[in-house]
Design a protein around this ligand. Structure first.
Ligand SMILES: Nc1ncnc2c1ncn2[C@@H]1O[C@H](COP(=O)(O)OP(=O)(O)OP(=O)(O)O)[C@@H](O)[C@H]1O
Ligand SMILES: [Mg+2]
Length: 580
């Protein structure tokens, strides 16, 4: 789905809300432009000596009412619009997440998925900001401009308005032209600083080697050059931002000079009343801000449009695995899994990875899968949500071949925590919310509690609003896993698959998560892959895989009694634990 199309569709779908929110902003602007006019009338009444106590009160009340009406209407419009923008952001993110899930893993072997998706997240934010903030400000600015011009043309003097406007026209032009230069300069400074941090780290790490080889001077020289470069970049940034910040007031001042000179003369020669002159100077101050904002919004839109383009490219990648043209309907999912697989071979492999896998997992039961590394556990569970395609007629959900289901329906029915669970560089709350974008804060927190990550999150200064990765906090392996589990739990899908998702948590935490899991997912299907047998011992059924085959299966007790590989693994792990 093309995000541009998605955007239009969203705008169309919400055209009612958008029109109302923009309308309230527009009305608020037409109300606020009454302000200078009222003050102008007030001045004229004062000058003509017609001011009475009653009139004084009348103007005071009117002015207060104008202020209140403005705040209320503008506030409503802004809030409304902001909420719509957030909605669109979620929609776009959800699409990205779905798309990421749909693309087969082979696609990602050729690309750095983390980078790709994290840029995509920044792009999504950019679009959202343009959509809510930008649209708001643009409407506001344009209508304030129109309203002010209308009022000044009508009540003051067309010539005076046009003359004073000349320098102001350059404000948005200047911002569009110069604004990006300031941003680039500031980005260069950032990059320079992180370069230097890297160099420092490198040098510190290699300090012994540097000393041993007598390379101190070379190293010093390298460092000095970096510092000089940063200073140079900082100077560029300062000059640019100083120019930027002084140019706009300068243009404002020139406009004022013209207004005072020409307007003052008009008032002096009684061609316009004094009140009109006062009103006009107020209108002029009102104009500067929207003109500035128009410039910023244009820049913002340009960036957002580039972001949309990048998102289109990413979302345009065709997944290798597709829904069937006429998928079978899947209504109430019970969550029964049936696998009847003679063999499975990866496209680029010489021989099959799985052989003769046969099992039926009734709905609402739990399945444990264990086996040595490389025995095919991940391969097996990947076939269920069609991360890789099983041959037709070998893997069934509720008795329907998974290849006959639409991918959306299939993946909606399954919560999957992959072995290398992925988190986006966004807040922890958002990361969990990928499981269900409509979930309330309480639901997110409950999922976090069940996944035993709640306390950890609360220890971060910003709690659930902590941003992960890039410039944010780095989570430990176990924290990442538990966040991914919270996401999967929030989804409340009929089938849950945890691929080694408890490997980086300690025994105690594992136990508490498993207890929560049993509690929350009573009557739903759970598949747990683990190396530590403690994670699967309470499962209703356990498969032991070896070299792509099921070599043993049964319950924990029956497998122990059989005294085979499982029993051997169990004894080994008991000993390890005892040793500590
Ligand atoms: N995308 C792939 N293409 C080709 N071969 C693969 C692919 N993924 C895995 N394999 C191979 O399939 C075999 C089984 O791998 P799999 O990841 O299923 O094992 P596993 O039991 O999950 O191991 P671990 O416990 O280490 O996670 C391995 O020999 C592996 O090299
Ligand atoms: Mg695996």
């Amino acid at each position: 789905m093309n995000p541009r199309k998605l955007l239009w569709q969203f705008l169309l779908e919400h055209k009612g809300s958008y029109s109302l929110s923009l309308l309230s902003i527009i009305i608020s602007e037409f109300i606020t432009v009454q302000f200078p006019n009222l003050l102008g009338e007030f001045t004229d009444a004062l000058q003509a000596g017609k001011m009475t106590n009653r009139l004084l009160l009348h103007y005071a009340i009117l002015l207060a009412l104008v202020g209140i009406a403005y705040v209320i209407l503008y506030g409503i419009g802004q809030l409304w619009n902001g909420a719509l923008g957030r909605q669109f952001e979620y929609l776009l993110r959800k699409r990205l997440f779905l798309h990421w899930e749909l693309l087969s893993t082979t696609y990602f072997r050729h690309r750095s998925i983390g980078d790709l998706l994290n840029h995509a997240m920044t792009d999504v934010r950019q679009v959202r900001e343009a959509l809510s903030g930008g649209l708001n400000i643009l409407t506001n600015a344009v209508f304030l401009l129109i309203a002010t011009l209308y009022m000044t043309f009508r009540t003051v003097s067309v010539k005076l308005t046009l003359l004073s406007l000349i320098p102001l026209v350059f404000v948005p032009l200047f911002i569009v032209w110069f604004g990006p230069k300031v941003r680039i300069a500031s980005r260069h400074v950032q990059e320079g600083l992180s370069d230097m941090a890297e160099l420092t780290e490198e040098s510190l790490a290699a300090i012994r080697l540097i000393k041993a080889t007598g390379n101190e001077e070379i190293e010093e020289e390298r460092f000095r050059k970096r510092v000089e470069e940063i200073v140079r970049r900082q100077m560029t940034m300062f000059t640019r931002s100083a120019t930027f910040q002084s140019m706009i007031p300068l243009m404002g001042s020139i406009a004022f000079a013209i207004a005072l000179l020409y307007g003052g003369w008009l008032a002096l020669t009684r061609q316009i009343p004094l009140g009109s002159f006062v009103a006009f100077t107020l209108y002029l101050t009102m104009l500067i801000q929207p003109l500035q904002q128009i410039g910023f919004v244009i820049n913002n839109f340009q960036r957002a449009s580039a972001s949309l383009l990048r998102l289109s490219i990413l979302l345009g990648e065709k997944p290798e695995i597709q829904s069937p043209p006429e998928p079978q309907a899947l209504e109430e999912v019970r969550g029964e899994i049936h696998v009847h697989l003679p063999a499975f071979q990866y496209a680029d492999a010489d021989e099959p990875t799985l052989y003769e896998i046969d099992f039926r997992l009734p709905a609402g039961r739990s399945l444990g899968i264990v086996g040595r590394t490389g025995s095919g556990k991940t391969t097996l569970v990947n076939l269920i949500p069609r991360i890789f395609d099983p041959p037709s007629g070998t893997v069934f959900l509720d008795g329907i071949d998974v290849r006959q289901l639409s991918l959306e329906a299939l993946r909606e029915a399954i919560s999957y925590v992959p072995q290398d669970g992925f988190l986006f560089s966004t807040t922890i709350a958002d990361n969990i919310r990928f499981g269900d974008s409509e979930a309330s804060d309480e639901e997110v927190h409950a999922a976090a509690r069940a996944a035993a990550i709640y306390e950890d999150v609360m220890d971060f200064p910003k709690g659930f609003e902590t941003v992960i990765g890039e410039r944010g906090v780095t989570l430990s392996g176990g924290q990442k896993q538990r966040t991914a589990i919270a996401r999967a739990l929030l989804k409340r899908a009929p089938v849950l698959i945890l691929d080694d998702a408890l490997s980086a948590v300690d025994m105690h935490t594992e136990k508490s998560i498993l207890a929560e899991l049993t509690e929350r997912r009573r009557g739903q299907t759970n598949i747990i892959i683990a190396h530590r047998l403690s994670a699967v011992r309470h499962a209703d059924h356990i498969l032991v895989l070896d070299e792509g085959r099921v070599v043993e299966q049964g319950t924990h007790e029956s497998l122990l009694a059989a005294d085979g590989i499982y029993a051997q693994m169990y004894r080994l792990q008991e000993e390890e634990e005892a040793v500590g």
